[in-house]
Design a protein around this ligand. Sequence first.
Ligand SMILES: Nc1ncnc2c1ncn2[C@@H]1O[C@H](COP(=O)(O)OP(=O)(O)OP(=O)(O)O)[C@@H](O)[C@H]1O
Ligand SMILES: [Mg+2]
Length: 277
Amino acid sequence: MTITTQENVNIKPDTKGGQNNKEGKKAKHVFEVSDLNLWYGSKQALYEVNMKVPENQVTAIIGPSGCGKSTYLKTLNRMVEMVPSVKTSGSIKYKGKEIFSESFGVEDLRTKVGMVFQKPNPFPKSIYDNVAYGPRIHGIKKKAQLDQIVEKSLRGAAIWDEVKDRLNEKAFGLSGGQQQRICIARALAIEPDVILMDEPTSALDPISTAKVEELVQELKKEYSIIIVTHNMQQAARISDKTAFFLNGDMIEFTDTDELFSNPSDKRTEDYITGRFG
Ligand SMILES: Nc1ncnc2c1ncn2[C@@H]1O[C@H](COP(=O)(O)OP(=O)(O)OP(=O)(O)O)[C@@H](O)[C@H]1O
Ligand SMILES: [Mg+2]
């Protein structure tokens, strides 16, 4: 298959403390979403969404409750299809390849596009087994190799030092913020390219939230991140691009600084200034 759909875009110089070393370089898109519609039965939840998601950046999705943020996120790894009544139209290309085509196996897609949920959801297993779960499913059996993946993933999720002496204890025994980072480690262990995060800090205290936010900045060096958040300060702090959704429409998608300082749509302005509804 020829990959012809990726365009290059100019990335603005980094304004967020030097984490992004993309200055002067060209970036690609991990996802190119075109005219995406989605229905739950007869109820339409997404309307003609178009979006090019940049690689190695953080893309935030904001908007009021029920506007389709989670639906959209779960469409990107086809998890939304677990709801039997779901129908979609349009196109989503992941690195140039159509994810709705038969030739793109859904398991393959979910290996590339990992997900972290709002509520930390560790399995009722040890910390070690939570992180080793995905690699084991993918056929990795050697203890030494699993040890290595578990350590690397826990380090990647900035929780290694806190758990390295208790890897065989149940993950449920950790705090909520620690459990969320275990879930991030579990997502990293399958070596995805993209990490989808659906309100990953909404159940966390401010200190754990700050840790996850720092982690997101770190992770974007290696991964592309799409994060749903109700917290607009959080979107402004950690994301490079922001999309505003309303009633299933994507109203505006642009550089985060631009969206929050100079929104082009009145509805975006009303929402970000709290004058909504
Ligand atoms: N399984 C489902 N079956 C039918 N309708 C659904 C289902 N899941 C979501 N919806 C509907 O789709 C619309 C979008 O829901 P979604 O969960 O994507 O919103 P959201 O923006 O994530 O909201 P929140 O901020 O509250 O999490 C809503 O009207 C919702 O009721
Ligand atoms: Mg949601």
